[in-house]
Design a protein around this ligand. Structure first.
Ligand code: SF4
Length: 449
């Protein structure tokens, strides 16, 4: 297949452009998949082990995160790579992506690849290039590390199927929560073209799991599941609408993760909102906290928010906020409460709830025991009793508890300059006083340093 690439650019120049172009896609963390090294290939993937290096703001940093190309036939208003923008365009070839991935992997810079792309010529053409890249990596270079790849909406399902048999995770970005938002800001994209590959991947994962039960060596299709990304703040939807969409995606499409990306205004366009305070990072943070509550704590979106109360409390995390609105349920006796109720107590997480259930089989728990177990007592003390007694003689009253919780400083995932959306680049200074220049980096990748 022939296609035009920027011949005059070196691979490292392309890398600089195409890693930078990928930084607004946050859907890149991996989780829970095993791929044993065969002994003849390179690398392996370990459940709970790979790609769990995160930057301070919780983003995954150990994948080589690139776009295949920043050329695009579409004109999404929020995107730096939209066709109407005058930016330097380039594309990798499949061989170049393989060379970079293997080079960085061998030098232990990365544990896998996150490959996204603009749309070059048409969705099929782009998906075919992505497939070729993965095929070469897996079959020719025998790369067995982690690969997260985008499924291109509108591409032939056969190409998506073939690619899914080589990838660990796939994602299709929904980007905007409603069809109206999509048609206003991304007029070339259609919700049904996004949901169709999502459904295909969901069905492929299910059949693959069934086949593996019957035949141990059956090929695995997207074993680490699928994810998506929602942009927060580009369109006027409230938190309740966003959480409801996320809940539906988890329930109806069995997604592993929904990622939330605070809208960063990189284009001047009258359709885009002006955000004088910068990207809505605190809102993004609250959505991640609430998403955690949906996935691991048994909460429903409708319990956390409602039409009448459609946005999260900026001052309090969603779980504390929920507890304060349900003070009639508290205090809870930790020696008797069931697991689900323990999970609803501020200051008690999944691990500490599990440990409480285990530990109380052999003895009654006291406050010092809870502290040892990992309960954050300065938050939990307003909501629990041990053996019928509260830790202090405290009021169970909304204003009083709110004031006291606010004095317990919440650790927000912000840099000191308030910016979290910056993707760590392969060239970022991570503690060294000097950054390698692009020539040094190229030499290092090619093993000349
Ligand atoms: S499809 Fe839209 S969001 Fe994706 S690269 Fe093209 S313009 Fe950007």
């Amino acid at each position: 297949m022939n296609y035009k690439v920027s011949e005059e650019m070196s691979v490292m120049e392309k890398l600089g452009i195409l890693t930078d172009a990928a930084k607004y896609d946050v859907a890149c963390t991996s989780s829970g998949v095993d791929r044993k090294g065969s002994g003849s290939g390179m690398g392996n993937t370990v459940a709970g082990g790979i790609c769990h290096s995160f930057s301070a703001d919780g983003r995954c940093i150990s994948l080589l995160k690139i776009l295949f190309t920043n050329e695009c036939i579409y004109d999404c208003k929020y995107c730096i790579n939209r066709k109407s923008n005058d930016v330097v365009r380039t594309s990798f070839t499949p061989d170049e992506v393989c060379e970079l991935t293997m080079g960085f992997y061998k030098r232990n810079y990365i544990e896998g690849l996150f490959l996204s792309s603009g749309i070059l010529y048409n969705p099929d053409f782009t998906m075919e290039l992505i497939y070729q890249t993965l095929y070469k990596l897996r079959r020719e270079h025998r790369f067995q590390g982690y690969i997260h790849v985008k499924a291109i909406p509108g591409a032939d399902p056969f190409l998506i199927q073939k690619t899914g048999l080589l990838a660990d995770r796939m994602s299709v970005n929904l980007e905007l929560p409603t069809a109206e938002g999509l048609s206003r800001l991304a007029p070339n994209k259609h919700r049904k073209n996004i949901l169709a590959p999502m459904r295909q991947i969901q069905n492929g994962i299910k059949s693959s799991k069934n086949e593996i039960v019957l035949y141990k060596n059956a090929p695995r299709f997207v074993p680490a599941g699928q994810s998506t990304q929602l942009i927060v703040g580009a369109t006027p939807e409230n938190d309740y609408q966003l959480m409801t969409v996320a809940e539906n995606l988890y329930e109806k499409f069995e997604l592993k993760r929904v990622f939330y990306s605070a809208f960063v205004n990189v284009n001047e366009d009258k359709e885009l909102p002006a955000l004088p305070g910068g990207p809505p990072l605190l809102r993004e943070h609250r959505l991640y906290q609430a998403d955690w509550l949906l996935r691991f704590y048994g909460f429903k979106a409708g319990e956390l928010l409602s039409e009448a109360r459609p946005n999260f409390n900026i001052l309090l995390d969603p779980k504390a906020d929920w507890a304060l609105r349900h003070l009639e349920m508290f205090p809870v006796e930790v020696n008797r409460a069931d697991y689900q109720l323990l999970l609803r107590i501020p200051g008690i997480g999944v691990k500490s709830a599990q440990r409480i259930v285990m530990a109380r089989r052999s003895s009654f728990l006291s406050f010092p025991d809870l502290k040892k177990i990992g309960v954050v007592l300065k938050r939990a003390l307003y909501f629990i009793t041990c053996n019928g007694k509260m830790m202090y003689n405290t009021k169970i009253e909304e204003d009083y508890i709110t004031r006291n919780l606010l004095t317990v400083k919440e650790k927000l995932p912000f840099d000191k300059d308030g910016i979290t959306y910056k993707q760590l680049s392969l060239f970022d200074d991570v503690g060294f006083t000097m950054q390698p220049n692009i020539i040094d980096t190229h030499k290092a990748v090619l093993g000349q340093m």
